[in-house]
Write a protein that binds this ligand. Structure first.
Ligand SMILES: [Cu+2]
Length: 391
């Protein structure tokens, strides 16, 4: 099967301006980092929504929840997390089944909401903050619907890039996020006329670990919809069940999700450069870190639209949020900087997103208006969390 339709990178590759990558940053951990919360955000919140976030327990370094590297969690902690995800899949959908037949349970409701919003929350100025809040809503749901009390984990892309199959995330044990798909003798993964990836080691059904034999319910939606500014196909939410598939791809992981790429992004001088490094660089044929992580997984996780059907989507994006948070900590004077307009690849043309711009909603999970400025710090507004390690 030609997988060009799965390409979220192709969109970025064909529309973003050409950029020259800065020389890779020296390999290694940062020499200390700044505070995890930002006075500039606190001041903005005071001015724009006074009293809205008066938590009973003030948020500080001692009270913040800690998100952890999946690999560093004890096996039983990892199992508690995947048990909670499986629990969410047993909860009934709250969406209108005549409009969204693919929404077979509450876990799939999140995937459906993501598809509904894909065109306005990617490759634009909402991307980082909208996804930050989407993750938070899901994390809160695991706690409230399924009694989860552990840490929200992230999948550390560069730490696992050289040993995907042996990593705690993908080793396929009952303490993992499930392993690779069964091997299928498939063609290379074609992203664009000038960029294709070698086939990974799977391609078929996931048969190991906590999500073995799980079903996905939505068919792929071509990324060309974004590039051409077209509406979602009328069949987008049709019930189209098949097994959950994966195709672990070490080439994608090692090429785009390595430490050099990570530190180059962390040292990006401004948010525009940071956004380009995570979403891809034209000319150099680079997917960028975030798209590279998606293509490390194969379909459906490589899809810009339907990727949240694979439970790995959440730890994948939690690491992206750690990357964004760490970039903010390294550039505190730019903590509230934004880049992009209100529409993916600015189609149709729209205004630049500002701190005052109201985010697209998160379906029934959050319908109230929330401004971008409310979501810029993980230690303010609705949030109070940080990461075990600032990158
Ligand atoms: Cu997304």
């Amino acid at each position: 099967m030609v997988k060009s339709i799965l390409s979220l990178a192709a969109a970025a590759l064909s529309v973003l301006p050409s950029l020259t990558l800065a020389a890779p940053a020296p390999w290694g951990p940062p020499k200390g980092h700044g505070p995890t919360h930002f006075p500039v955000v606190d001041k903005w919140l005071e001015n724009h929504c006074p009293g809205k976030y008066n938590h009973t327990i003030p948020c500080n370094d001692k009270t913040a929840k800690i998100r952890k590297d999946f690999d560093s969690m004890a096996p039983l902690e990892r199992k508690a997390y995947t048990d909670a995800v499986n629990c969410l899949m047993t909860k009934p959908s709250q969406l209108d089944q005549t409009l969204y037949p693919a929404a077979t349970n509450r876990f799939m409701d999140y995937a459906v909401v993501h598809v509904n919003k894909t065109k306005v929350v990617h490759l634009d100025g909402f991307f980082l903050t909208w996804h930050r809040y989407f993750l938070f809503l899901y994390e809160t749901d695991l706690e409230e619907q399924c009694g989860y009390t552990g840490s929200f984990p992230y999948w550390n892309w560069p730490a696992t890039a050289d040993n995907l199959h042996g990593s705690a995330v993908f080793d396929g044990s009952e303490y993992s996020m499930s392993g690779d798909g069964l091997y299928t003798d498939d063609s290379p993964v074609v992203l664009s006329p000038t960029l294709s990836l070698p086939h990974g080691t799977g391609g078929g059904c996931v048969t190991t670990g906590p999500f073995a034999n799980m079903n996905q319910t939505m068919a792929n939606i071509p990324v060309s919809i974004i590039i051409q500014g077209l509406p979602l196909p009328p069949t987008a939410f049709d019930y189209a069940p098949s097994c959950l598939t994966r195709d672990l791809n070490s080439y994608a992981a090692q090429t785009w999700c390595n430490y050099d790429a990570l530190y180059a992004a962390l040292e990006a001088p401004d948010i525009a450069n940071f956004s380009t490094q995570i979403n891809g660089v034209i000319g150099g044929g680079s997917l960028g870190l975030h798209s590279g992580a998606h293509f490390t997984m194969g379909a459906p996780a490589s899809s810009l639209f339907v990727s949240p059907q694979d439970p790995i989507w959440y730890p994948l994006h939690t690491f992206l949020d750690n990357l964004y948070t760490s970039w903010q900590i390294r550039h505190p004077d730019q903590a509230t900087a934004l880049y992009g307009t209100e529409t993916a690849v600015n189609l149709p043309p729209s205004a630049n997103v500002t701190l005052e711009t109201v985010e697209p909603d998160w379906g029934y999970f959050q319908m109230d208006p929330v401004a971008v400025g409310e979501l810029t710090s993980t230690m303010a507004g609705p949030f109070c969390y940080k990461y075990d390690v600032a990158l």
